[in-house]
Write a new protein. Structure first.
Lengths: 103, 520
């Protein structure tokens, strides 16, 4: 289960970084956009994490069983990343709405 | 054909194919998702504390066999044709009149259990969902239909990828509260993010029954339908023709094996292999002589997609002696085994089972959002495809959506309730549970046809929520057990089932609330 949790966390981090490298989700997650260079670095970091994400499952289950387990974990981590984006974007929207009301 | 028109044609195929086959596919996916934990479902439905069937040690297996044989001797004159399976503790034999008798044994005490394979009530258990998943309870016709629908799912997946223009740009995009746009986003997210799983599950599902879809080679070698069955008739499934042909000269294929000889031979097999006995088959060959097989499995390595290696001992000669065969499956068998393991999550332990269960839910979401998207889109921009009957056809489509999405969930929850509420002494109780599922499902369709969709959705989801949330209470009232007690006793399967049912009940309650606020 530790191997699975590690893969899930690394995959979630990888997807989050890749989402952060996209302008639309930068606005969703932090309320502003990054410079092109920063976005490129985020994309590279995300891709690198994605590349190492199968490590724990391959180490624990071997390549044959680890591959399908990794792919399923990767998919579900991407769904989790989408959920995080939705929740975060709503929180930012609410916060900016409150600010406007307060102002 | 230009790229645009290819995309247009595939779009129509995806939309209409997805709609027509999506209804059946939804049922197949819901049943398949629950089937991942079919064993757990059966365990919960037996309704009494049962210990999980664990692999026995070689000594325990011999003790269990000894108990079973001793008990059989006490039950009176029996013909020695005999089957014995561990760790479920099953013994079956042919009585003198030719009638097949069977007993389940308590492995600890060796005493027969009067109430079937597990303590508790007679139930169709998780087997109902497995059968519904691959055959819709309709035998070979159902298997063929499920296969065709699965093939159409592959078509829908591939065409969906081609028509989705912004697959990478919209990878993480799910805009809620925007009507049709939100349904499309939801459908895309559920499909694209879990695409590897959906492709794998559809493909491996097809390969499991590949001899049904592609029987030409079997028909060529054994004759038209029935040829292979005729060839196999009278032959034991435990020995191949080539193995019989390769026997050393002078060694008879089988010898008369009396029941009394089974125990010493089983002891010898255990001491030779160091493995536990799992199956004993004592059955007549074509010449009427009783032949003996003792079947054992090595440890299953979760790192491999292949099943545990099999060791078979065959009784040969007179007096009977054992011949060991360590089975090494051929490439075709290995390929089939890998496909089946992948489909049914028979590898990777609980981690793979949970991942498959969650991915199955994502698959259900993909199909459900696709079906709903169709009606949402057509409501806004009807193509008048069916002339004056268009609105009536869309009404039926919407009713079918309600019955296959909310109705299947409701019928599944009712199936669990039926298990707890049907009288324990009822004849054909397991069948009655399945009838309960089918009846409720039929009622959901009638309800969806009679009620306007904006009422039918929340009513069916609401009832499904009540049934799921009330399941732990019903269990407490009828069996006297609840998830706290399951956790205390370490019965994690039962604990997990009730917890998941409760969580799903909360989701249904949320859906009931959301669909209740829907505009007509």
């Amino acid at each position: 289960m530790t191997a699975l949790a590690m893969t899930a966390l690394v995959s979630l981090a990888a997807w989050s970084l890749l989402a952060l490298a996209m302008q639309r989700h930068q606005r969703d997650l932090i309320g502003r956009t990054f410079a092109a260079g920063q976005a490129r670095r985020l994309r590279m970091a995300g891709a690198m994490l994605l590349a190492v994400s199968p490590g724990p499952t391959f180490w624990h289950w071997g390549v044959a069983s680890g591959l399908p387990i990794w792919l399923a974990t990767l998919s579900l981590a991407a769904v989790a990343a989408v959920m995080i984006i939705i929740v975060r974007a709503r929180a930012l929207q609410r916060a900016s709405g409150d600010q406007q009301k307060g102002g | 054909m230009s790229g645009g028109s290819v995309r247009q044609a595939l779009s129509s195929l995806h939309v209409w194919g997805g709609l027509v086959f999506g209804w059946l596919l939804m049922v197949i996916f819901v049943a398949g998702t629950i089937s991942v934990f079919a064993g757990t479902v059966t365990e919960w439905m037996t309704g009494a504390p049962v210990k999980a069937e664990r692999a026995l040690t070689p000594e325990e297996s011999l003790r269990a066999l000894d108990h079973a044989i001793a008990r059989m001797d006490q039950t009176g004159p029996i013909a020695p044709e005999f089957n014995f399976y561990l760790p479920i503790g099953y013994a079956g034999w042919k009585a003198k009149g030719g009638e097949w008798k069977e007993v389940y044994y308590d492995l600890a005490t060796g005493k027969p259990r009067s109430d079937g394979p597990a303590t508790g009530r007679t139930t169709a258990g998780g087997g109902h969902f497995v059968a519904l998943h691959f055959s819709l309870h309709a035998g070979m016709a159902g298997i063929l239909l499920v296969g065709f629908v699965t093939l159409m799912m592959l078509v829908a997946l591939v065409s969906g990828v081609i028509i989705h223009k912004r697959i990478f740009k919209d990878f993480f995009t799910l805009r809620l509260g925007k009507g049709q746009r939100s349904w499309l986003d939801g459908h895309n997210v559920a499909s694209v993010l879990t695409l590897p799983f959906q492709l794998m599950i559809a493909y491996t599902g097809l390969t499991i029954f590949f001899t049904v879809w592609m029987p030409a080679s079997i028909w060529y070698h054994y004759g038209m339908p029935g040829g292979l069955e005729a060839e196999l008739e009278g032959k034991s499934p435990f020995v191949s023709a080539s193995q019989s042909e390769n026997q050393p000269p002078g060694e008879p294929a089988g010898a008369a094996v009396p029941l009394a000889a089974v125990m010493p031979l089983a002891r010898e097999a255990v001491s030779q292999s160091g493995l536990a006995v799992e199956q004993i088959v004592l059955t007549p060959d074509a010449a009427g002589k009783l032949r003996l097989w003792i079947i054992m499995h090595g440890d299953h390595d979760h790192a491999t997609l292949l099943p545990a290696p099999e060791t078979v001992f065959q009784g040969v000669g007179s007096p009977v002696r054992l011949r060991r065969e360590d089975r090494t499956p051929g490439t075709a068998t290995k390929t089939a085994d890998v496909m089946y393991s992948l489909h049914a999550a028979h590898f990777g332990g609980a981690a793979a089972q949970w991942l498959w269960f969650l991915s199955g839910i994502a698959g259900c979401a993909m199909i459900a959002t696709g079906l709903v998207l169709f009606t949402v889109k057509r409501k806004q921009r009807s193509g008048h495809e069916f002339g004056v009957a268009t609105s009536r056809v869309y009404r039926v489509i919407e009713a079918l959506n309600v019955a296959t999405i909310a109705g299947t969930m409701l019928a599944s929850a009712a199936y669990f309730w039926g298990n707890r509420l049907l009288p324990l002494t009822m004849a054909n109780r397991a069948n009655a549970e399945v009838i309960c599922f089918l009846l409720v499902w039929a009622l959901t369709l009638i309800h969806a046809l009679l009620r306007p969709p904006r009422r039918a959705w929340p009513e069916q989801f609401g009832l499904a929520a009540i049934l799921c949330l009330g399941l732990p209470l019903l269990n407490l009232a009828t069996v006297g057990d609840w998830f706290g007690a399951y956790a205390r006793r370490g019965e994690w399967g039962n604990f997990g089932l009730e917890t998941v049912a409760f969580a799903i009940g909360l989701c249904f309650a949320f859906l009931a609330g959301r669909t209740g606020r829907m505009r007509a």
